[in-house]
Write a protein that binds this ligand. Structure first.
Ligand code: UGA
Length: 449
C-alpha cells in the first residue's frame, strides 16, 4: 500500500524524487514557494531538462498520485513522511547555506499534528539533522512526536530518473525504530538493491564522502593528465587501463575540464569545512579543489597557444552545460571560459543542445557574443572551435563538413571527445587535455651513443 508523502522543494532532487515516488505508487504532494513553478508542473510542463521526467510527470498527474502546491499545510495535513529537498547552495566561505533547510523546519513546526517523519534528502553537512530537530522542537513544543532521518540521494543530473528507479544502494539514516521501519516500508517493496540502515549522522557523512571521493578521482586523473601531456602519453589509455583493475574501476576517470555542477564542488568544500571545524587535516581535499579550478586556465592557455592573439578571433563554443543531458550551468567550466574570452575581445558563437537559454540569462547576446542553433552554425567562419561539454551530439559531427565551414581548422577539446589521429586526418589542428602537446605526437627520442 502506498504511503502519503510531502516533499518540500521541486528542484532537480525534489522533482525527480516526487515523480519517481509517485510512480512507485505513493501519493505525493510537492511544495514549492514559487507559484509559477507550481503552475507549470501542475500543467505537466517540467521546469528542468531531465530525460524520462516529462513522461513520468504527465503519467502521475493523470493518475492523481502527484500534485503540486504552494501551501505547506496542504501537504503536511495528510503526509506520513515529509522530505526536505530544498537547495543547500555554497556560501562564500565554502560552507553549505542551510537557510532554506531552516526555513522548512520553521514552516513544519507549527503544522505538526501527530507523528511525522521528517527526512533530509538535500545534501547537508553532518549533524544538520540535530539542528532541524532542535529548531522544530523549540517551535512546536513537546506535544507532537516526530523524528528527523536522513535518506541522501545519489542522483546524477542527466540520468536522475534511472538512478532513482535503479539505484546502486539506498541509504537510510534513522535513530529510532519507528523512523527506520517507515523508511523501510517506503523502499523495501520496490527495490532489490542493498539498503544500508545506519545512524542519521553516518548517512549525512556517506553522501558528502561519496561526492568528495568522486571529485578526488577526477582531480587525480587530471593531475596525471598533466604529466601525460609532458611525457607524450595519452591519458585516456592510462585511465582505461588503470580502470580495468576491479579494485579501481573505470568510472569517473575521464580527464578534461574537471568537475562542475551544483553538487561535487559544493559538497567537497562543505566537507572540507566540516573536517576543519572538527580539527581534521584535509589538505588533500584542498588539493583536489585547486587542481579542479586550474583546469579552465589550462584550457585557455591552449586556446592562446592555438590562436596567439585572442582579440577579434571568432571562437565557436560547443557545450556550456556542466555535463551532457542537462540544461544546468551551475558550476560549469563554461562560466569561467566565456567571460574570459569575451573580456579578451574574442567574438563568441555559442551552442549547447539544452543549456543555451540558461547561459543567455547571464550573458545576453551582444556584438561579440551570439547564440547559435546548431554546432555547425557555431563553427561557421570560426578561427577555432572549443568543446566544453561532452554531449554525444558533438561526437557524431561530420568533421569534413565542420572543417569546410571554419576559417582555420582548429579544435580545442576540453573533454577529449575525439581520437587525435581521427581529427588530424580530417585536417584539423587538434588540442586536447593530457594527450601530448597539440597535434605533435611526441615520439620517444632515440639516442645513439
Ligand atoms: C553528482 C554525483 O555523481 C551524484 O551521485 C550525486 O547524487 C549528485 O552529484 C548530487 O549530489 O546530487 P552530478 O552533479 O549530477 O552528480 O554530476 P556528475 O555526473 O557527478 O558529474 C559532475 C562533474 O564531473 C561534471 O562536470 C562532469 O563533467 C565531471 N566529470 C565526471 C569529469 O570531469 N570526469 C569524469 O570522469 C566524470
Amino acid at each position: 500500500m502506498g504511503l502519503k508523502l510531502g516533499i518540500f522543494g521541486t528542484g532537480y532532487a525534489g522533482l525527480v524524487t516526487s515523480v519517481c515516488l509517485a510512480q512507485l505508487g505513493h501519493t505525493v504532494t510537492a511544495i514549492d514557494k514559487d507559484p509559477d513553478i507550481v503552475a507549470s508542473l501542475s500543467d505537466g510542463r517540467p521546469t528542468i531538462h531531465e530525460p524520462g521526467l516529462p513522461e513520468l510527470l504527465t503519467n502521475n498527474l493523470q493518475t492523481g498520485r502527484l500534485r503540486f502546491t504552494t501551501q505547506a499545510e496542504d501537504a503536511m495535513a495528510a503526509a506520513e513522511i515529509v522530505f526536505l529537498c530544498v537547495g543547500t547552495p555554497p556560501r562564500a566561505d565554502g560552507r553549505a547555506d542551510l537557510a532554506q533547510v531552516e526555513e522548512v523546519a520553521r514552516t513544519i513546526a507549527p503544522l505538526l499534528d501527530g507523528y511525522k517523519l521528517i527526512v533530509e534528502k538535500s545534501t547537508v553537512p553532518a549533524r544538520t539533522a540535530d539542528w532541524i530537530d532542535w529548531t522544530i522542537r523549540r517551535l512546536a513544543g513537546r506535544e507532537h512526536p516526530f523524528d528527523v532521518a536522513s535518506n541522501p540521494e545519489f542522483l546524477r543530473e542527466g540520468s536522475a530518473v534511472r538512478d532513482f528507479l535503479q539505484p546502486d544502494r539506498i541509504v537510510i539514516g534513522a535513530d529510532s525504530s519507528r523512523a527506520r521501519s517507515l523508511l523501510l516500508d517506503l523502499y523495501e517493496p520496490s527495490f532489490e538493491c542493498p539498503i544500508v540502515v545506519t545512524s542519521v549522522t553516518t548517512a549525512e557523512l556517506i553522501k558528502q564522502t561519496a561526492n568528495a571521493f568522486l571529485a578526488t578521482r577526477i582531480s587525480f586523473i587530471n593531475m596525471i593528465s598533466d604529466l601525460c601531456e609532458k611525457l607524450g602519453v595519452d591519458v585516456t589509455t592510462v585511465a582505461s587501463s588503470v580502470g580495468l583493475d576491479s579494485r579501481i574501476g573505470g568510472h569517473f576517470l575521464s580527464a578534461g575540464l574537471g568537475f562542475g555542477g551544483s553538487c561535487l564542488p559544493k559538497d567537497l568544500s562543505s566537507l572540507i569545512k566540516v573536517a576543519e571545524d572538527n580539527g581534521v587535516d584535509v589538505s588533500m581535499l584542498r588539493d583536489v579543489e585547486h587542481i579542479n579550478t586550474a583546469r579552465v586556465d589550462r584550457l585557455l592557455a591552449k586556446v592562446e597557444r592555438a590562436l596567439w592573439v585572442l582579440r577579434d578571433k571568432v571562437i565557436g563554443i560547443l557545450g556550456v552545460a556542466f555535463k551532457p543531458d542537462t540544461d544546468d550551468i551551475r558550476g560549469a567550466p563554461s562560466l569561467g571560459v566565456v567571460p574570459r574570452l569575451h573580456g579578451a575581445g574574442s567574438i563568441l558563437r555559442i551552442y549547447d543542445p539544452a543549456a543555451g537559454p540558461n547561459l543567455q540569462r547571464l550573458y545576453p547576446p551582444d556584438d561579440r557574443l551570439t547564440y547559435a542553433n546548431s554546432a555547425l552554425e557555431a563553427a561557421r567562419d570560426a578561427h577555432a572551435l572549443l568543446i566544453l561539454t561532452d554531449w554525444n551530439e558533438f561526437r557524431s559531427l561530420d568533421l569534413g563538413q565542420l572543417r569546410s565551414l571554419m576559417r582555420t581548422p582548429i579544435i580545442v577539446d576540453g573533454r577529449n571527445l575525439f581520437e587525435p589521429a581521427q581529427v588530424q586526418a580530417a585536417g584539423f589542428e587538434y588540442y586536447s587535455l593530457g594527450r601530448g602537446e597539440a597535434t605533435l605526437r611526441v615520439e620517444p627520442k632515440r639516442v645513439y651513443v
